[in-house]
Design a protein around this ligand. Sequence first.
Ligand SMILES: [Zn+2]
Length: 134
Amino acid sequence: MLLNYQCRYCKLEATIPLDDEGLDMFQVEKFKPILCCNRCADSIVARRAVVDRIKKAVELLIIQRYSSNPDNVVVVTKNVREALTVLTKRYATLVNEYFKKPNMWHADFVDLLMDKPRYYETILKDYFRHRRVA
Ligand SMILES: [Zn+2]
């Protein structure tokens, strides 16, 4: 049997094959609202991997601010800025590909994360929302 459903993210109609045994095990109607399509799932997984790496980079930045070694602070800050430049470009590409928008990345994306590392999730979500409506 083919189950028709609407992706919870992009709202496109999609279909998944289900066998009768699967139908008996699950209350299909209950799970229908949380199903998403392959394109959305792939994008979410890819973005999550980049967000995890951004999280690790900003954590380094937060930790090094308590360091008593000024040389260490300079090195870590430089390395984190380089990593965030690569990672935010990757994140921007994934978001813009997902929304089928022209790619858009500015260096102030990195500046914002360097200035406010604790708010990395909000900064990334704001970028995502901004590109959705752009
Ligand atoms: Zn979708």
